[in-house]
Design a protein around this ligand. Structure first.
Ligand code: FES
Ligand SMILES: [Fe+2]
Length: 338
């Protein structure tokens, strides 16, 4: 029997990155696997992205090797055609189309260079969206985003818990002291400010002061606006942290970062490349911890703890409790175990 590592459902309701915008061009089908499902994505003639289940409702062929004609997906097995809403619009050898001949399709949004899907176990439509970071008047002063992607054996929620868990910043991430954090919970968003000092290799003695404004929008996407205060210079960065469940075991995580130019975009590019490497390396320090830890429930939720002892929290860790209470809204199972 596989060990069930987490007491909560693997696919909480949220917006999740499933591709980069540049991955999708009209005329091609992109095959994907997230939420334990096989999926296809493609671009319509008007440039909109569609995401749907990959297996044909007829006799189950994989639509990945099918073709796009106009805005329609044509199945490679018997040639049934599906429009951009997922409805079958033509069966080459039958006049009547069965009402159930429909692909499950997903709500899609495109922002900040990513294609995001709203996943909900109960197939409800979203009543919230992820506010973009890009598109301001100073857009030309920013470098492009540079992104790295990892597959991590964990649960999306455990990665997000890294934010309220400020104490690990000292032990894992070279923070000089435990960072100060203020945050507010507003519906599906936790937003706030974190101020800390971090030691960087070759950096100034005493560390670099970093001020970060973060917002977790659901469990899939976190936007962070950072300012590094370095030798009297302020460097502005934007980070987009994404986490998407692949199946009940693996999560695809990615970090994209861009840096604002102080006047010389070439120099900003070089700086972005250097700082983003440090950001990625810093994130990678968490990975072995996530992959090997167990999930300890809150003392108030021991019935979900699979025989393990509950978490023992100390003074100053109330943010973790608040985070978990907030997270509970993203599960469709009322007894979600968070
Ligand atoms: S399986 Fe797709 S058309 Fe038959
Ligand atoms: Fe961390």
């Amino acid at each position: 029997m596989p060990v069930v590592r987490f007491p909560m459902q693997p696919y909480p309701t949220s917006w999740y990155r499933v591709a980069d915008s540049t991955d999708l061009v009209h005329g091609q089908i992109r095959r994907m696997h997230y939420f334990g499902r096989d999926l296809i994505a493609y671009r319509t003639l008007a440039g909109e992205v569609r995401v749907a289940d990959a297996h044909c409702p007829h006799l189950g062929a994989d639509l990945g090797p099918g073709r796009i004609e106009g805005d329609e997906v044509v199945c490679p097995f018997h040639g049934w055609r599906f429009d951009a809403t997922g409805s079958c619009v033509e069966i080459p050898y039958a006049k009547k189309i069965p009402g159930e001949a429909k692909l499950r399709s997903y709500q899609v949004a495109e922002f900040d260079g990513v294609v995001a899907v709203y996943y909900d176990e109960l197939e409800r439509n979203p009543d919230w969206s992820v506010p973009p970071m890009t598109g301001g008047e100073d857009e030309r002063q920013w470098t492009p985003f540079a992104r790295k992607v990892w597959q991590i054996r964990t649960h999306v929620q455990d990665i997000v818990e890294n934010g309220p868990d400020v104490a690990h910043q000292v032990v894992v991430h070279n923070a000089v002291d435990i960072p100060e954090m203020e945050y507010e919970i507003d519906g599906v968003t936790i937003a706030g400010t974190m101020i800390g000092k971090y030691d960087f290799p070759g950096g100034p003695a005493g560390g670099v002061r970093v001020v970060g404004h973060f917002s977790n929008i659901g469990l899939g996407i976190t936007n962070i606006r950072l300012t590094d205060h370095l030798d009297g210079v302020e460097i502005s960065r934007q980070l987009q942290l994404c986490r998407t469940p692949i199946d009940g075991i693996l999560v695809e995580a990615s970090i994209a970062q861009r840096t604002k130019s102080l006047g010389d975009i070439g120099m900003a590019d070089a700086m972005n490349e250097k700082i983003v490497q440090a950001t990625w390396e810093d994130f990678e320090k968490d990975i072995p911890i996530w992959e090997n830890k167990i999930y300890r429930s809150l003392p108030s939720r021991t019935e979900f703890n699979r025989g393990e002892k509950p978490a023992v929290l100390c003074q100053g860790e109330g943010a973790i409790v608040k985070f978990r209470n907030w997270s509970r809204q993203f599960y469709t199972d009322a007894e979600c175990g968070v």
